[in-house]
Design a protein around this ligand. Sequence first.
Ligand code: G6P
Length: 612
Amino acid sequence: MCGIVAYVGQKDAYPILINGLKRLEYRGYDSAGVALFETDIIVSKKKGKVQELVNFMDTRPRNGKIGIGHTRWATHGVPDDINAHPHSSGNGRLTLVHNGIIENYALLKAALEKEGHKFKSETDTEVLVHLIEEIQKRDNLPLEEAVRIALTRVIGAYAIVVLDENEPGKLVGARKASPLVIGIGENEFFLASDATPIIEHTKRVVYLNDEEIAVVRQSGEMEIKSINNEVLTPFIHELDMEIEMLEKGGYDYFMLKEIYEQPNTIADCMRGRLNAEEGWIKLGGVDEFANRIANAQRFIIAACGTSWHAGLIGEYLFEELARMPVEVEYASELRYRNPIITEKDVVIALSQSGETADTLAALEMAKEKGALIYGIVNVVGSSIARMTDAGSYIHAGPEIGVASTKAFTAQVTLLTMMALRIGYQRGTISESYFRLLLNELASIPAKVERVMASNQLIEYIAGEIKDRPNALYLGRGYNFPIALEGALKLKEISYIHAEGYPAAEMKHGPIALIDENMPVIVIATNKSAYDKIVSNIQEVKARKGFVIAVVTEGDTVISELADHTIEIPDTEEPLTPLLSVIPLQLLSYHIAVMRKCNVDQPRNLAKSVTVE
Ligand code: G6P
């Protein structure tokens, strides 16, 4: 949440910052701003999306080879021009952008007000820049030293970049619990919340660690220190990402592109890890801790949002295939309870971004209790990826649409491989079923491709229900988490109220809502409990509900009952979610487009939720 980007070097900073902000807009789009430093620092900021800022900049100075930029997801203070970043110190000398939350800002603000500081905005960020100013002017310190001391007094999360009008030619950046990446070019540096604004300029990056401060200079020098003033040697990574991955590639929205990428992303997730012919699965992270994982007392899966839904499928998979006890936890709940976690547990974190603050904090807590921490993450080099004991990247490539699609199916693919790998080692799955599932899993990308062929039908169905105010999603077994995910997709991008429910639970409440206006989307591909789900559909029809059923190809029973059916190819039951979720992603997408919603940037949401 909130994206920051900064540049110092030999080129004009403005286009680099604006392109960077566009790439980071998935992190928040309440306001955007830049500060450009030529002879003075000039701050320009605007409520709304980056495009509003671009329009505003038509009449503003845009020169300078140094600058910082920000796109905001509001925490403290409404989204308006004044609360927009960058924020400046009282004397105007310092300008700062920030991602995170300064939790003790009220105390710091009161103390600074006593010293005569006056604040223009309601933000915690403005307090931080005034704090740095106060420390700097009291002892006449260089910027980096003032920043360092200020940060020792801050409680909370931050990634910041600061400019000082009296110290031209340099930027100071720092991080704690919010990401900051430094791109290294020829006598130039790029600082950003993730690598996406950097990739078109350089592939050489340094991921700043918590409580580290970087000084980068126009002359090409970089120094990194800890908050305790130790000089550190940075480790330079080579980015494995191409610029095309960040473009829409002819699609209207990133979300649609990402839905269509799934045959490839699922295959990428399996590449080199699964060999159906030879009958093996290799997962480096699991192999490294094979005995500890296979003999764990229990798995605890911690995640948020769509990743939590993938985790729920993980529970079904691990229980069935590896006979392993599993608990699936909302990371935000887990961390604030007093959970019983021991060194015999394995805590598995699922996170697309690898930066979700609640997930990160839950893992830190579990680590302290001695559990083995396993990360299933998409963004390479992210905070969760770096703090875990072991893990597997899902290799879905950059996901830019705020509503997660391809990361979800890659997470489920990874969990399926993990359950198979562990089940095989534990002897809880027969050789023949193991081989069968391996073959089936290898055929999933082609089957996902076949689901895409129903796109026109799905678009037609979307037109039928786009104006209904509510929707109910029902599923059983492996399709229950898919009902939850389908409902979440619909509400987050089309603003239609939707609920996911276990189909049998419908009669304990939601059935009261059913009438001819209620679309009920039933994911009915089950082999086990098939008759039961047919009965559930009959119960809905008896109350005049409008039924859209996702069924297995060739199903004639449900197509007689339902108002519309969408067919998916047959597969083994544990693999069904990888196919049944696809029509629901497409359905939400089309409904959102028809309702003229901004599919990629739904209101109030953001990706990479770095606030708690
Ligand atoms: C936000 C995003 C969701 C995502 C969730 C968890 O709510 O909008 O798409 O599922 O965060 O994010 P993570 O990066 O940890 O998977």
